[in-house]
Design a protein around this ligand. Structure first.
Ligand code: HEM
Length: 480
């Protein structure tokens, strides 16, 4: 049949109904005009987001230094940005700025580099590979808890950081917390301490060489970081060349992984990552995977200490699955599916205190969110913290109730009402790793210890790169 005949048989296409475009609600004047309002606090956008949500509803806009910014709290719009229209968004400015630290690693890169890097890195994060880390996580958590004494007072925030750092050292580099690992930790912390300065500096990329104190500090830390990671890569490559068996750590896997050409690249050979790409990914994974889990654990211990009924239910599960008294044993991989309440506790803790508390994207062309037009170049923000405290989806939102995460309760909520790990093609690649680290650490520690919070007032969450407690979080330890 000829195409003309086909065409004549097709009923005429109905023209699309004219789109009803509504004016975006929001602040009338640029943000700096409101600088002295209670809800504008430099370094804490959560207050502003809360205000916008309360005052204007699920979508609101404002302008900051000439940039149109839209805050959304509608799960359908979030799905649009992360999934349906993801091709028309890139990471927002502050994340892009982190390229000066993380280069073209998974968090900061754009397509086509991102898609290629993700394909190379994916096998290293495969569920089965991650499973092998379970035993290491448990034995590290056990060695930490076994050093604690009855009646001792500890800063659980610091202790969780130390635990998570050792887990990263072991699983990412197959090493102890050596001076090299400490150096990476210290330099990343130094650079993160400069974060506000780095983000605020206009066109910083062009001025990195200037003799300004903040930049001198940055250059020194970055050079040290690069040298340490380079040495670790060289050592790993040398071990592989000498025929030493792959110990399964993430770095070895990244070095061994190849980019298998797709149909579009037919004829090309599989490619390894260059050393610079591996370095960027190592720093990215270090940064993304260490403080996030540590903070999630810290908040979990605090919440358990405040909710004795939940704590008792968790202990009952641990006793059933892992035994008591002389019969008590450490969790193994086979126990993971039975530690369901522990997983719900971790999920509920990340609802109230999501380590990644907000995300943002910049539109690369005009897009529509429901009846609203979002111009090209707008920044769109959404917040795990605000969404997962929205009463419409989580009634009585401040109550700590892990039963919100039974399979039935989860299935009853719309997608993107809970997204601690993001979504779409940029969804956290370490999600399975994080769940395993969280659940096994909770199980291993809570089977031995109960914690009582010693602060006179509730800890204050601080929205830095991750949501961390502002002050040390002191706990008294009682053996179970
Ligand atoms: C509780 C712990 C964690 C939380 C809450 C978390 C959260 C997130 C979120 C929200 C994103 C998406 C960011 C965006 O789209 O703008 C992300 C991306 C990422 N995360 Fe995680 N993460 C956690 C643990 C980990 C771990 C353990 C690792 C590695 C071992 C990791 C590695 C990454 C990487 C590499 C990306 C970038 C992925 C890509 O764009 O392809 N994360 N994470």
């Amino acid at each position: 049949m000829s195409s003309e005949v086909k065409a004549s048989n097709v009923s005429p296409v109905t023209p699309p109904a004219p789109r009803i475009v509504q004016q975006l609600p929001g602040l009338r004047y640029p943000l700096h005009i409101y600088m002295f309002r209670r809800w504008v606090k430099l370094g804490n956008p959560i207050r502003l987001f809360e205000y916008l949500h309360k005052t204007y509803g699920n979508i609101a806009h404002y302008r900051f230094m000439g940039t149109p910014i839209v805050f959304i709290n509608d799960p359908r719009y979030i799905q649009n940005v992360l999934v349906t229209d993801a091709a028309h968004f890139v990471k927002e400015r502050t994340v892009r700025r982190m390229k000066i630290l993380l280069g073209e690693g998974l968090i900061t890169s754009d397509d086509p580099i991102h898609i290629r890097q993700r394909r190379i890195a994916a096998p290293a994060f495969h569920r089965q590979r991650i499973a092998a880390y379970g035993t290491q996580i448990v034995s590290i958590a056990a060695s930490h808890r076994d050093q604690w004494q009855p009646g001792q007072t500890i800063d659980i925030a610091g202790a969780s950081m130390a635990l998570s750092l050792e887990i990263v050292a072991r699983t990412l580099f197959d090493t102890e917390v050596t001076p090299d690992i400490r150096a990476i930790n210290d330099e990343v912390n130094t650079i993160m301490g400069l974060y506000n300065f780095i983000v605020a500096f206009p066109r910083l990329e062009n001025f990195l060489h200037l003799p300004i104190p903040g930049l001198i500090k940055f250059r020194k830390s970055k050079a040290h970081l690069d040298a340490v990671v380079k040495r670790l890569i060289t050592e790993h490559r040398a071990a592989a060349a000498a025929g030493e068996p792959d110990k399964g750590d993430l770095l070895s896997m990244l070095l061994a992984s190849t980019y298998e050409p797709t149909e579009a690249d037919a004829g090309k050979q599989p490619e390894h990552m260059s050393d610079i790409q591996v370095r960027d990914e190592v720093l990215t994974i270090f940064l993304a995977g260490y403080e996030t889990v540590a903070n999630a654990l810290t908040w979990t211990w605090y919440l358990l200490s405040q909710n004795p009924e939940v704590e008792a239910k968790l202990h009952a599960e641990l006793d059933t699955v892992l035994g008591t008294g002389d019969q008590q044993r450490l969790p193994t991989l086979a126990d993971y599916p039975a530690l369901r309440y522990a997983e719900q506790v971790f999920a509920e803790s990340m609802r109230l205190y999501p380590p990644a508390w907000a995300m943002g994207r910049m539109s690369t062309r005009e897009v529509h969110l429901g009846p609203y037009n979002i111009p090209a170049g707008a920044h769109v923000f959404f917040s795990q913290y605000i969404m997962s405290r929205t009463p419409e989806y989580f009634p009585d939102p401040l109550r700590f109730d892990p039963d919100r995460f039974t399979p039935e309760a989860k299935a009853a909520r719309p997608k993107f009402t809970y997204f601690p790990f993001g979504g779409g093609n940029r969804q956290c690649i370490g999600e399975s790793f994080a769940w395993m680290e969280g659940v096994f650490s909770i199980a291993t520690i809570a089977q031995r210890w109960r914690m009582s919070y010693l602060g006179a007032t509730p800890p204050v969450p601080q929205p830095k790169i991750t949501l961390r407690p502002r002050d040390p979080l002191m706990m008294r330890l009682t053996p179970r």
